[in-house]
Design a protein around this ligand. Structure first.
Ligand code: PRX
Length: 655
């Protein structure tokens, strides 16, 4: 039995960029050549071209103590100065940085000059609370401009932020505050979600109330942004209003440069087991790749584009493609507080129409949920301003890709499918819009200056046409610098599997097509062995989504006496189909369809038509829980689900 992953699905549609798009795109084929000729020199050029250095660096990469990399180590810069002051100094202070749309419909247009002033005041306020270089600050906020302001204020004074997603519980917040020994928490009374105020401050109170935890001992102050207008409990001496602290602060603040390797932030990511890992990112290399990918892969032209990355600030996508990347370029972007369906299912499209959004960057899970509702909703809005679409977070099934391009992109916009991780800090594998002929469902090629490969269990390159494990074979500027407080875990988790080769193993399966281009196949933990064939969930899910009735699908391997594992599919059917078809008829059709599309080996043993799939708060499907249902086991730990009730609904539907 081979240890590569079998390949089932062929997709041969190709979409070259239009001549017009190619002529105006930032990215050119020449970038790949420059990077190939001298990789480190290429990154040094990017760091110099894209950023301002208070002290220029002379060293590029120091890899003398792997896996602990140093980039631009003897250089000094201020991340905040790069994202703010320099744009004002260059005469762009009146350019809008953030077009904020609150869920209730309130608006704020914040220019670079205003944002710079707010960050200066916030930096002074933090310093007056005794926060300084190296201190950890937990940020637990809704999607409001203060989230970006708080992050940049930390960067400005060399404090390390740890943003905790506002949808996480008091327990999750406490464990993160504990692990980082944070001294300050920045929160809000609440934020708007689904038409209601969802309170935040009570969770902070609860997290800090438990005696004997680190959180209770290390946190000295809680800064509270007023957003939801709730009555909240107040701990005198500890709690302070954000607006009062900023009003009292001076709006003069000199940006201090810090060494390139100064840690910028910690972001916790949950592993499959054990406590969340605090992924640590540093300053110079991170900001270089953040700015580089925003400029070339997302093709941002700061003078003319209106960019919208829909990710929450609590995820890495919100760090790199809401805060650091777009602001480093001096771009204008939309920030939206609420949910896509509030107060009506066309809210996102209304926002695109209202602000003239030109580049939309979102996740496949969102695209598939719009597919489920039907194209008539986006078609009520004018989306003609869009010129580029991006996808991130999961493999995008070819049919979802086509729907995205046809319905949202009017059949003409390029799509960039960007593969990366919290750990990689910024995009690693993605087509270059304007250069690459796009293949629906494939992330295609490593960015210039990035080296990846697909290998077997022994670390040997697989041939084109085969699947295996995706690895990064050389250090990159925005790579994680470690796991907070746990260097052993850093080595063990990411570098031990291919220690002999010195490869970073990402945990994902991938396939190289006949052109050597990369197709992500999902997490290797989800690969299933059916009659001796290693099948990826992604390809079977893509075949299901290619059926006209299916909006979303999740496939798992259930224990089977004959085949080892059997393919079991959970599908969400489009609303327009549900009324007209019986579940039994549809399930039979879909089994035949998968068999016809990719072969009898992948034919699902069972198909369950369900109304929801279990997802994490960042939208990833938790197949492990579906495996439990398929095997008839008790459903495992559901605490990281966005909606914990969903598993009982699914279990009932399956019965
Ligand atoms: O499995 C891959 C999937 O998301 C994982 C990283 O998740 P996270 O750290 O939360 O970061 C999300 C934002 C980058 C990866 O290991 N993933 C991410 N982007 C893609 C993807 N899988 C396929 N195609 C993508 N474009």
């Amino acid at each position: 039995m081979s240890n590569t992953i079998d390949h089932l699905l062929d997709e041969d549609r190709r979409f070259p960029p239009s001549a017009d798009f190619a002529a105006n795109a930032n990215g050119t084929a020449e970038l790949y050549e420059r990077a190939k000729a001298d990789r480190e020199g290429f990154w040094a050029d990017q760091a110099r071209e894209l950023l301002h250095w208070h002290t220029p660096f002379t060293q590029v990469l120091d890899w003398s103590n792997p896996p602990f990399a140093k980039w631009f180590d003897d250089g000094e810069l201020s991340v905040a100065y790069n994202c703010l002051d320099r744009h004002v100094e260059a005469g762009n202070g009146d350019r809008v940085a953030i077009l904020f749309e609150g869920e209730p419909g309130d608006e704020r247009r914040i220019t670079y000059a205003e944002l710079t002033t707010e960050v200066k005041k916030a930096a002074n306020a933090l310093q007056s609370l005794g926060i300084g270089h190296g201190d950890r600050v937990a940020i637990y906020l809704p999607m409001i401009p203060e989230a970006a302001i708080a992050m940049l204020a930390c960067a400005r004074i060399g404090a390390i932020h740890s943003v905790v997603f506002g949808g996480f519980s008091a327990d999750s917040l406490r464990s993160r505050v504990d692990d980082a020994a944070a001294r300050l928490v920045v929160t809000a009374d609440g934020g708007y979600r689904k038409g209601k105020v969802s309170p935040l401050k009570p969770a902070v109170d609860q997290a800090l109330a438990d005696r004997g935890t680190g959180a209770q001992e290390t946190v000295e102050h809680v800064l509270v942004v007023r957003r939801g207008g709730n009555d909240i409990e107040w701990t005198e001496g500890r709690d302070l209003w954000w607006h009062e602290a900023l009003d009292a602060a001076s709006d003069e603040h000199e940006a201090t440069p810090f060494p390139a390797e100064n840690p910028l932030y910690i972001l916790y990511t949950s592993g499959t087991t054990g406590k969340p890992k605090g992924v640590v990112h540093s300053s110079g290399g991170y900001l270089t790749q953040a700015a580089f990918t925003n400029k070339y892969s997302l093709d941002i032209h700061p003078e003319s584009d209106v960019f919208w990355c829909t990710a929450d600030i609590g995820w890495v996508t919100g760090h790199t493609y809401v805060v650091y990347g777009p602001l480093a370029l001096g771009a204008t972007q939309v920030m939206y507080e609420g949910t896509p369906e509030t107060p009506h299912p066309g809210r996102w499209w209304e926002i695109i129409q209202k602000y003239g959004v030109t580049i939309l960057y979102t996740a496949p899970t969102a695209i598939r949920s719009f597919m489920k509702q039907g194209r008539q909703i986006p078609q009520q809005f004018d989306l003609s301003s869009l010129r580029l679409l991006g996808s991130v977070g999961e493999p995008i099934n070819p049919e979802a890709w086509i729907w995205y391009r046809d319905v949202i992109g009017s059949g003409r916009t390029p799509i960039v499918d960007t593969w990366w991780q919290t750990e990689t800090g910024a995009t690693m594998v993605a087509p270059m819009p304007g250069v690459t002929d796009a293949k629906p469902g494939s992330a295609q090629v490593p960015l210039p200056g990035i080296l990846v490969d697909v290998v077997d269990e022994q670390g040997a390159t697989v041939d084109n046409g085969n699947g295996g494990l995706l690895v990064v074979t050389a250090p990159w500027p925005s790579m994680l610098r470690g796991v907070w407080g746990d260097p052993e875990r850093f080595k063990e988790t990411y570098w031990a599997k291919f220690a002999a080769q010195g490869y970073y193993f990402a945990g994902d399966g991938a396939r190289k097509d006949e052109d050597g281009e990369i197709w992500l196949l999902g997490r290797v933990d989800d690969v299933m062995n059916v009659s001796g064939h290693r099948l990826s969930t992604t390809e079977i899910e893509s075949a299901l989504v290619a059926h006209e009735s299916v909006a979303e699908a999740a496939v798992v391997g259930a224990t089977d006496e004959t085949t080892g594992k059997a393919v079991v599919a959970f599908v969400i059917v489009k609303e327009s189909y549900l009324a007209a078809h019986s579940p039994e008829g549809l399930a039979g059709d879909l089994r035949g369809w998968v068999s016809g599309q990719i072969g009898p080996i992948a034919r699902p043993r069972d198909i369950y038509i369900v109304s929801e799939l279990p997802k994490t708060r960042s939208g990833k499907i938790m197949r492990r829980l579906l495996r439990d249902v398929a095997d008839g086991h008790e459903v495992g730990d559901t605490t990281t689900l966005a909606d914990t009730a969903v598993m009982s609904v699914i279990s009932a539907q399956v019965k």
